[in-house]
Design a protein around this ligand. Structure first.
Ligand SMILES: [Fe+2]
Length: 184
């Protein structure tokens, strides 16, 4: 019997969970590599030092997420390959729109957080499914790699919430009230 085709060679056969896991890793690989390009732009356009540092720290983690996915694909015996995900490109466009259109510094910071949290939630959903599939099929090492990344995505998301609720949203609101007072 011919050896079962794997990874990219098995395109078109997504009828089993193993193939779906590989496809999900390939999609996450695309997502993470896009975010390696997006995060420096978010950092560059953040006004709050804390927010800029949070984006820079998550960029370093994201570079590691790319490597972990390569490792996971290697463990599953497939060549690292990216499956293009339109969703993350839409989210990246949202970030670009914010940078281009929001003039007030505090409002832009609040909107950058909102845009970045779309990305985090997107990733958390993807990693959650992939990790569960890996666990179910007994790919323990892959499951562990995905768990580590998932935890970092969740921590990054919480950090963004903390920054939003810890002053950035209030500053945006205060700027708005000041503007309204000036108009009157
Ligand atoms: Fe990530």
């Amino acid at each position: 019997m011919a050896k079962a085709k794997k990874g990219a060679q098995a395109r078109g056969n997504y009828s089993n969970l193993h193939q779906l896991l590989i496809l999900k890793l390939e999609a996450l690989y695309d997502v993470e590599r896009e975010l390696v390009k997006v995060l420096p732009k978010l950092a560059k356009n953040a006004t709050s030092d804390e927010l800029r540092e949070a984006f820079e720290m998550h960029l370093e983690e994201t570079e590691i997420h790319v490597e972990r996915l390569e490792e996971a694909m290697d463990l599953l015996d497939v060549e690292p390959r990216a499956e293009k995900v339109e969703g993350i490109r839409g989210i990246a466009e949202d970030g670009s729109w914010v940078i281009k259109n929001i003039r007030d510094d505090a409002a832009r910071d609040a909107a950058l957080i909102a845009a970045a949290q779309y990305a985090e939630h997107f990733e958390i959903a993807g990693y959650g499914s992939a990790r569960e599939w890996a666990r179910l099929m007994g790919h323990t090492e892959v499951e562990e790699l995905l768990s580590k990344t998932l935890e970092e995505e969740e921590a990054a998301n919480e950090k963004l919430t903390e920054l939003a609720e810890g002053g950035i949203n209030e500053r945006a609101n205060a700027d708005q009230e000041q503007e309204e007072a000036e108009v009157m």
